[in-house]
Structures are given as C-alpha cells and as structure tokens.
Design a protein around this ligand. Structure first.
Ligand SMILES: Nc1ncnc2c1ncn2[C@@H]1O[C@H](COP(=O)(O)OP(=O)(O)OP(=O)(O)O)[C@@H](O)[C@H]1O
Length: 368
C-alpha cells in the first residue's frame, strides 16, 4: 500500500470551512415502519433532535436495534421520516421528491460496513462508477480516480479486483468512491466494524484526514465506543429510538449523565479494581486498612504529578493499584486507582490535596 498523499496537494474537493452551520438538523424526527397491522408497526425513531455542525465529525452510538441505521438512512433518503423535519443546509429534505433526492445524494457520500464494492469491476472502475453515472468525461474520470487512489494510499492497486484486497484496502476503495463526486457530507455506516483494531485505526486516521483537510462533514454510526473516542468531535447516544445524551465527546466521556452512556464510556475510560483486590474491598474502614480511591484526570490536570505531591504535601505513602491514561477526542484523560492509609486525618488531607489539584476523587472502599 502506498503512503497516503496529502489531499490539498492534489486539489481535489478542497473547500473552505465557511459553510453555514449546521449542515444537518433533525427536528423532532420520528420513523415508524408500518407492519401488516397497526400492532405490528415498529417505532424505530421518536423525537430525534440532533444537529451536525458543518466541518464536524459527529458519531451516533447505540446497541443493535437502537435505530442507528434508520437514522443514517433518513439522511440520504433511503428511508423517509414519518414525523418531524430534516434540514440539510437549510433545505427540508423530508419534502423532497425523487428528483430532489437524486440531486441531494450527489452531495452525500456513503461508506458501508461490508464495503459494497462491485466484484466484477477493478478498483479503478469501482471508484469511477459514480463519475460515469454523473456523465463525467473519460479523461476527467481518469485523472480524478488517480488522485483519489493516491489520497487513500492505493495508487498501485488500480487494476486489482476487490477479491484481491484486504478488508482495510476495500474500505479505502469505498472511501475513494464516496469522495468521487466531491460530497460535502460523508455518511459512515459501521465503516470499521468488519476490521481488526489496527486496520480500524488506519481507516479512522484516513477519515480524520478527509474531514480536516477536505473540510467534509462526517456523520457516522457505530456500536464501538473506541471509534467515537478516536475521531468524533460530538457524540449522540441512542437507545430505543431516542437520543438519551448528546454533546462534545470529551465532555460526554468525562461526565456521562445517562446510565447507558456511562456503560459505554466505562469501557474506554474506566480502570477496573484488580481481581486480587476486588474480593478484599469492604465498605467500612478497619484497623490498619487502607482507603481505595479512584482519581480522575481530565484535560490540563491529566499530567499533574499527583503521587509525588501527595507524598510531599500530605506526607503519606501512596500505593498505585491500577491506572490508564489515554486521549479522548485528542484531549488527555486518565484514571488512577490508589490506596492510602485510611487513618483520619491523613485520608481527609489526601482528599483535600486532590481537590486542590483540581482532580476528581471517589472513594471505592477499604482494603486490609
Ligand atoms: N424495514 C424495516 N421494517 C420494519 N422494521 C424495521 C425495518 N428496519 C429496521 N426496523 C426495526 O427498527 C428498529 C431499529 O432498527 P435499526 O436497524 O435502525 O437499528 P440499528 O441500531 O441500526 O441496529 P443494528 O446495529 O443491529 O443494525 C429495530 O427494532 C428494527 O427491527
């Protein structure tokens, strides 16, 4: 695979960020699938209010059946809302006829979990397809496809067939094809769910590059919280067809309000009590026991020298039991599990010192 080429050097699709905000607005959107009888009708989405700012990467996360596919299919007209309005660049697309949708879809690219490439066409011909459909002259198609394949790092795979490519390479072809008509908006339907973690990282890096350097807004749906953590500026959590929480990714991850969100983010922000300690943790202190604390670091204080400060300021020994430090939407975030002597006033002093450092500390229990 070739090293990806910088898109601005290629002059494809680059556009300024000065597009009116937001690019998509859902207003009280509902979608009910009709059943054979009224009792069999399925309310897949209800009361959806969501905005996708131009230039952002917005992720919608939810479990199977939550309504993610339905939501994304409403944006490219593969399904139609049964309540509310969807505005794309201010245009109410819920009122569009088929001709209107054909025009809209040219400005929307989409990539899929299973890539949806045509197996009888080469890589070149797969990427060329939307341009052929749009009636683009052959010479223009050739130069455009070459640039797109260079962008996604597949310039040397032009004559290959999908069956000869890895999953990650197939998704790169999918991305090149989705960008062929210079869309303003890219929809990603579980785009990395069929890929291993390392390939997922490289595809997410490519999507971030497409977003930042071409100014293309991305709306993605996923059931994988690491995808949101890695590239999304904003996140909406969907459950039972309703958005239960929405906001900037860092804020939502570091202070989840809804139990479903808390369960999702726990997988990437939580630090578990080690198994050998879990059985020994008690709610009350005993003579000689130690207090177990979970300390959370966010943003600027994520790199604070906590342990040395506690030792020098409070004069207690701090045992590190477990910890992790990571980045959420590019900002550092960490969690540390420690134990300190639970004698009062030492434990009071420790909690006070942590507060002074601007850190969140939570008492988990006591171990002897
Ligand atoms: N064409 C359809 N006809 C009837 N019901 C449907 C249809 N498509 C989806 N549903 C129902 O709507 C609800 C939401 O489905 P949807 O596919 O949007 O969820 P999802 O979050 O994308 O799930 P998954 O991750 O499993 O794809 C489910 O109860 C599903 O059974």
């Amino acid at each position: 695979m070739n090293a990806p080429v910088k898109p601005d050097a290629l002059g494809i699709g680059a556009r300024p960020f000065a597009v009116p905000d937001p690019i998509i607005r859902f207003e009280q959107v509902g979608k009910t699938y009709a059943g054979r009888s009224r009792q069999q009708a399925v309310a897949a989405l209800s009361g959806i209010d969501l905005t996708v700012p131009a230039g952002a990467i917005v992720g919608v996360i939810g479990r199977s059946g939550a309504g993610k596919s339905t939501l994304i299919r409403l944006v490219n007209g593969l399904e139609h809302a049964t309540a509310g309005r969807i505005l794309i660049e201010g245009e109410d697309v819920t009122a569009l006829n088929e001709a209107g949708w054909r025009r809209r879809r040219r400005e929307i690219g989409m990539i899929f979990q299973h890539f949806n490439l045509l197996s009888s066409r080469t890589v070149f011909d797969n990427v060329a397809l939307p341009l052929e459909i749009a009636g683009t002259p052959k010479a223009t198609i050739a130069s455009k496809v070459e640039k797109l394949l260079a962008l996604v790092g597949l310039a040397d795979k032009s004559g290959r067939y999908p069956a000869e490519l890895s999953g990650g390479q197939k998704q790169r072809v999918g991305i090149a094809r989705a960008l062929a008509t210079d869309p303003k908006l890219l929809l990603c339907d579980e785009a990395t769910s069929a890929l291993d973690p390392e390939t997922t990282q490289s595809i997410l890096a490519l999507l971030r590059q497409v977003n930042r350097e071409l100014g293309i807004t991305i709306l993605l749906i996923t059931h994988e919280i690491p995808v949101i953590k890695e590239i999304c500026d904003r996140v909406a959590v969907i459950e039972g067809g309703r958005i239960v929480e929405e906001g900037e990714t860092f804020a939502v991850f570091t202070n989840p309000q809804h139990p479903t969100t808390a369960r999702f983010v726990e997988a990437v922000t939580g630090v578990e009590v080690p198994a050998h300690l879990a059985d020994r943790i008690r709610p009350e202190a005993r003579p000689g026991s130690e207090i177990v604390l979970r300390i959370t670091f966010t943003g600027e204080n994520a790199t604070a020298p906590v342990i040395s400060r506690l030792s020098s300021v409070v004069g207690v020994d701090v045992n590190i039991l477990a910890g992790r430090i990571d980045a959420i939407a590019g900002k550092p975030f960490g969690s540390l599990l420690v134990s300190v002597p639970s004698r009062i006033p030492e434990s009071e002093a420790v909690l006070g010192a942590l507060r002074n450092l601007g850190l969140k500390a939570e008492v988990i229990g006591h171990v002897s």
